[in-house]
Design a protein around this ligand. Sequence first.
Ligand code: ASP
Length: 330
Amino acid sequence: MTEKANIVVIGTGGTIAGQGKAANNTSAYVCSVLHIDDILGTIPHASALASLRAQQLLQTGSENFSNEHLLEIGKSVSRMLARDDVDGAVIAHGTDTIEETAYFLHLTLKSTKPVVVVGSMRPPSAMSSDAAVNLYDAIAVAAHPSSRGIGTLVVANNEIHSARDVMKGNSFKIEAFRSPYGPLGYVIEGQPRYYRHPSRAHTLATSWSIETLALLPRVDIVYAYGALEPEAVSAVVARTQGLIYAGTGNGNVAAHLIQALRDAVGRGVHVVRASRTGSGIVLRNGAQPDDAYGWLTVEDQIPSKARILLTLALTQTDDLQTLQTVFERY
Ligand code: ASP
């Protein structure tokens, strides 16, 4: 018999740590109350998959996560992964911003050991809760050698997603997570099965290390609509270093907002044209003359991922060309 992997399970709160008054409370319940030990207590059979060690790092909904929380989670996971007696990590996390934390770890951790971020859409107390199965699947994925070296993963609803691609695409259904190019694989009865691997750079191949990151620059997202006023854009510009413009369609910018976004560049704020559609590509110099305006464009990154990417990029450079290559590389 081969030795079991040593997996650290880190609790940070969220629905997976939530509790409702009754089993039919699938949406009305209190988040972030159960200790990670209690959640693990619901899946005693997980000890057949791995030797488990639990750590309660935070206890809050992921909607509250600031850049400081990302740094805290990243540094703590990194310390764990550096240990010889740790083979991988599972982070139990709220689902709201799981796509951001996972992407941040994907780009900044310097390890090939599996890191799996997992949440649930229903608390353990609810009917047909996905908490136990998702955590069990996450441990199975983290413990399996086939999960090494492919970056941070998000496991939910029997699917394994790459942190680069995954997004929460539904507010209440168990089938809430999607990746535009599909999941990397499935988990069935404690066995991951992969069908493809991420092609963009991550972990060891990125230029960021969680160990050396300290203060992160401020990057904000502005969600576009026809009636958006230039004053709203300027208010954000006044207090940020980078602005992800979640434009309509192919990153379109309303005619009356072009000057406000050009003024932003004049004030030293990096403007990134993105799309609010949730998938697809923004073509550089397509709908707008980005070169002429000094704007950046995402490639296919949705606004929440673009914020993480620009935040990290701005820790190393201010140069427009170099910043643009980041969207093409990661
Ligand atoms: N508000 C919760 C969170 O993101 C929702 C969840 O976990 O599903 O932490």
